[in-house]
Ligand binder design. Structure first.
Ligand code: ADE
Length: 419
C-alpha cells in the first residue's frame, strides 16, 4: 500500500488518540455500525483532503466500513497529526499522504498522490481536490459522481465555479448543514482557536483587548469565548448587518485601523485576503499578537509584515515568531498565519466533529444514491439528514425534547384560528 507519513512507529500513540476521539463521536459510530452491515459505499474510490486528525481518522474508518476505498491527504501543511497518519496506515489499512510541516511542493505532491486513486467521490476542506481536478486533471472529472465540501472558504470557490458554469460534477455543501456550521464553526472554532492561542503563548486573556476580524459563525464563536474568559472584545466587519449584530451582542465594533491601535490579540476569521496589512501593523502596540483562524493563510499580509521588519526573531516559542519594527516595537505572529487551532492545538473537539463528519458520511451515501439525478451544481444537504443527526446527538447527550400534540400540529397547519 502506497503512503507517505512521517514515521510508522508513531502508530500506537495515534491509535490511542483515534480511540479517545471515537468515544466522543457516538453519532458517527452509529453510522459506522450501519455502514458495516449495509455497505452503501461498496466499491467507491474516495479521495479525501481533510485535516489529518483523530476525528478525521474516524470519518475515514466509517467510510471504509461502508465499503469505500479511501485515500487521504492533508488540507493544510501544518495540521497533520503524524501519529494519527501512521496509525491510519498501519492499523486501519488506509493510505495517507500527509506529513506535518510539509513544504508547499510536498503538499501538492500529496494531493496528486490522492488523485492518482482516480476518485469517484472527493471530500474537501477548502476545495483543493476539486480545483486541482478542474485545473490540472480535467479527464478525472468524468469518473467523479460528486464531491463534499467541509468549509465556508471552499464553498466560496465552488460557488464561483458553479456561477461561471465550469463545475464538472455535483457538490454537496456540507458546511452549510445546520448541524455543521452552528456547532463546528461556532463552538468548535470558538474553543479550539483560543486553545491554540493559549497553547502557543500561554497568554492570560482576562483584561486583554481581543480583536476579532469577521463576525461569521466562526468569529461569533471566538468573540463569545474570548468574552467568557474576561477579554474586552472588539469586532471588525465589512457587512453592516453582521456589524449591527455584533454591536447588539455587546461588542465594540470599529474599523481595523482603529482596532489596530487598541488590540493585544488579533484573530482573523473572514475568508478574505489581507485583512490585517501594513497600515495596521504600523499602528499596533508593542507586543501585539496576531493570528489567523480562517481557512487559508492569506488573511494576514505576512509579506507586508516582513517588509516593515528590521529583525526577525523566529521561534521565540514554538509557533511564535517575533517581527521587530524600525521603531523598536515587536509584533508576534502565531503559526505562520495558518489556522491556529490546528497548528498549535488539535482542532475542534471530537464531540463537535461527530456532527460535521456524520454529515460528511451521510452526504456521501446521498451522492451514491442520487448522483443520476443531480446536476453540476452546489447542493444543500437534505434537511432530513440534519434532523436525524440533531436527534441522535441529543439522544447521545441524554437530552429529550417535547413533541407536538395533535392540537398543536393542527394549529400549525391551519390558517383559520386568529385572535
Ligand atoms: N477542522 C477543525 N477541527 C478539526 C478536526 N479536529 N478534525 C478535522 N478537521 C477539523
Amino acid at each position: 500500500m502506497k503512503h507517505d507519513v512521517k514515521n510508522l512507529k508513531l502508530a500506537p500513540e495515534g491509535k490511542r488518540r483515534i480511540e479517545w476521539a471515537d468515544a466522543d463521536m457516538p453519532v458517527l459510530k452509529l453510522i459506522k455500525e450501519r455502514f458495516e452491515k449495509e455497505k452503501p459505499l461498496d466499491g467507491i474510490r474516495l479521495s479525501a483532503c481533510l485535516h489529518v486528525t483523530a476525528e478525521t481518522a474516524n470519518l475515514a474508518r466509517t467510510l471504509k466500513a461502508g465499503g469505500a476505498k479511501v485515500v487521504l491527504c492533508a488540507s493544510n501543511p501544518l495540521s497533520t497529526q503524524d501519529d494519527v497518519a501512521a496509525s491510519l496506515v498501519k492499523d486501519f489499512g488506509i493510505p495517507v499522504f500527509a506529513i506535518c510541516g510539509e513544504d508547499n511542493k510536498t503538499y501538492y505532491k500529496h494531493l496528486e498522490a490522492t488523485l492518482d486513486h482516480k476518485p469517484n467521490v472527493t471530500i474537501d476542506d477548502g476545495a483543493d481536490l476539486v480545483s486541482t481536478i478542474h485545473s490540472s486533471h480535467p479527464t478525472l472529472a468524468k469518473d467523479v459522481i460528486g464531491s463534499m465540501e467541509e468549509t465556508t472558504t471552499g464553498l466560496v470557490r465552488l460557488r464561483a465555479m458553479e456561477r461561471d458554469g465550469v463545475l464538472k460534477f455535483p457538490v454537496i455543501a456540507v458546511n452549510d448543514a445546520a448541524t455543521k456550521y452552528l456547532f463546528d464553526n461556532r463552538y468548535g472554532t470558538g474553543q479550539s482557536t483560543l486553545d491554540g492561542v493559549i497553547r502557543a503563548t500561554n497568554m492570560l486573556l482576562a483584561g486583554k483587548t481581543v480583536v476579532i476580524a469577521g463576525y461569521g459563525w466562526c468569529g461569533r464563536g471566538v468573540a463569545m469565548r474570548a468574552r467568557g474568559m474576561g477579554a474586552k472584545v472588539v469586532v471588525t466587519e465589512i457587512n453592516p448587518i453582521r456589524a449591527l449584530e455584533a454591536t447588539m451582542d455587546g461588542y465594540w465594533v470599529m474599523p481595523m485601523d482603529e482596532a489596530a491601535k487598541v488590540g493585544t490579540l488579533f484573530c482573523t476569521l473572514t475568508g478574505d485576503i489581507h485583512v490585517i496589512r501594513k497600515e495596521h501593523f504600523k499602528l499596533m502596540k508593542d507586543g501585539a499578537v496576531v493570528c489567523n483562524s480562517g481557512h487559508f493563510n492569506v488573511e494576514i499580509d505576512i509579506n507586508g509584515l516582513n517588509e516593515l521588519t528590521v529583525e526577525k526573531r523566529p521561534g521565540v516559542r514554538k509557533f511564535v515568531d517575533g517581527f521587530v519594527m524600525k521603531d523598536g516595537r515587536t509584533i508576534y505572529l502565531l503559526g505562520e498565519g495558518r489556522l491556529i487551532n490546528l497548528a498549535s492545538a488539535e482542532g475542534h473537539p471530537a464531540c463537535v466533529m461527530d456532527m460535521s463528519f456524520s454529515v460528511q458520511a451521510l452526504a456521501t451515501e446521498h451522492i451514491r444514491e442520487n448522483h443520476d439525478t443531480l446536476e453540476n451544481r452546489v447542493y444543500d444537504v437534505p434537511h432530513e439528514i440534519d434532523e436525524w443527526i440533531a436527534t441522535l446527538k441529543l439522544k447521545s447527550m441524554g437530552i429529550s425534547i417535547d413533541s407536538l400534540t395533535k392540537e398543536q400540529k393542527k394549529y400549525l397547519t391551519s390558517w383559520e384560528t386568529g385572535t
